[in-house]
Design a binder for this molecule. Structure first.
Ligand code: UDP
Length: 376
């Protein structure tokens, strides 16, 4: 006989862990089925051989403007303030990203000093487009073609295997243009990193006798064993869920990342945690040096070069019209299913930031439970 769980969750990343934690707080019996050998999804971090806390699947910078999300994550971890900054290496010059006054002065040889001067300069240089329709138009409308080519065109191609013109403007609109000297990557009210790492935070979220976790287990291989549930939450790629059912057939596109790790026998490799390489002269998109996060001390250093690739674990949905239309078809199928919910970046095919993933899962939980009349 199949074991009964009130809630079955596929995936132990942000979305799966929030749903598990919330239902456990109601006393529900929960099973999480996770393909990998660890919890935490792509936020998973650990101390490496240099005693540096590194993130196996790329740097995760938490930032949010939502007080309720900030309050929620503080229940499970202590956080220290961390305002992320990014530099880009352009023709051997290091410039701040997003574009600010210093970026322009360094790359263009200008001597802009005030916000007004920057606004005037941008007015002259920009290619005016009333309603930008894609990633290229939205960038050149703000900063003109020269900076677009230097900072965005090739980086985007390396990242997405598509030029900005082939992508929704929303992808490129993630990066603002600043008319002042602001050099933080994000401007949200709350910006922080967990003192003991993300993995520890997930352990705290899931540390409940009512939550049972099956690691190293592919849901699709065991699903016939776990059919006795009230609700199923699926956090994997939505098209995988429908892979073997009749109907749509076409696959959604995802980008994956290949990480080239290197331990280097010197104290530091670069002057910032993240340096982007927006040129077509190298294949990687950026180099991360983890010890900068939280100013970690160690004799040696660990760096990782990120290469964006087609195959491998899905990291990024690819926002364009074709994929959006296809996702809508999957969503129609998903909405027909009773007691099965699709939650998170991969299941909703949305380019969520971490805080949006928390919020999306918390909102879904509240919505379902309100409809059940259990919460007022
Ligand atoms: N981008 C770019 N050059 C940069 C940084 C970003 O062209 O130096 C573009 C690129 O298309 C990227 C998008 O802006 O995918 C969003 O950047 P973000 O830093 O938000 O990407 P993530 O950190 O999620 O990989």
């Amino acid at each position: 006989m199949n074991p009964h769980y009130d809630i079955v969750i596929v995936g132990a990343g942000i979305s799966g862990s929030v749903i598990a934690e919330r239902y456990a707080s109601l006393g529900k019996k929960i099973l999480i089925i996770e393909k990998r050998d660890h919890i935490g999804g792509n936020c998973y971090d650990y101390k490496d051989e240099n005693d540096i806390m590194v993130s196996k699947y790329g740097a995760h910078l938490f930032h949010t403007k939502h007080p309720e999300v900030w309050e929620y994550v503080n229940r499970f971890a202590e956080w220290y303030p961390w305002e992320h900054k990014v530099l880009a290496k352009v023709d051997d010059k290091l410039v701040p990203i997003p574009v600010n006054i210093n970026t322009v002065n360094i790359l263009m040889g200008t001597n802009i000093k005030t916000e007004q001067e920057m606004e005037e300069w941008l007015q002259e240089i920009r290619v005016k487009i009333d309603e930008p329709k894609n990633g290229e138009e939205t960038v050149i409308n703000k900063i003109g073609t020269y900076l677009y080519e230097k900072l965005f065109k090739h980086y985007t191609f390396k990242q997405w295997k598509k030029y900005p013109i082939e992508l929704d403007r929303s992808v490129l609109d993630r990066i603002p243009v600043r008319t002042n000297f602001e050099d933080r990557y994000f401007t949200d009210t709350y910006q922080a990193l967990p003192k003991r790492g993300y993995t520890k935070m997930f352990e705290n979220m899931l540390n409940n006798p009512n939550i049972h976790i099956l690691l190293n287990t592919d849901y699709f291989e065991v699903k016939d064993m776990y059919t006795d549930y009230e609700k199923l939450f699926f956090t994997g790629p939505i098209d995988n869920f429908f892979e073997n059912s009749d109907g749509i057939g076409e696959k959604l596109e995802y980008r994956s990342i290949h990480f080239e790790w290197e331990s280097i026998d010197q104290e530091y490799f670069q002057e910032n945690s993240v340096i982007n390489y927006p040129g077509s002269d190298v294949d990687f998109t950026r180099i991360i040096e983890y010890k900068h996060f939280g100013n970690q001390k160690s004799k040696n250093t660990t760096i990782v070069r990120e290469y964006s690739v087609d195959t491998g674990d899905p990291y990024y949905p690819v926002p364009n019209q074709r994929n959006r239309d296809l996702y809508e078809k999957y969503k129609i199928e998903a909405d027909k299913l009773k007691d099965i919910y699709f939650v998170g970046r991969l299941a909703n095919y949305k380019y969520f930031n971490m805080d949006e993933a928390f919020k999306n899962a918390l909102d879904l939980f509240e919505k379902i439970e309100q409809e059940n009349g259990k919460l007022i």
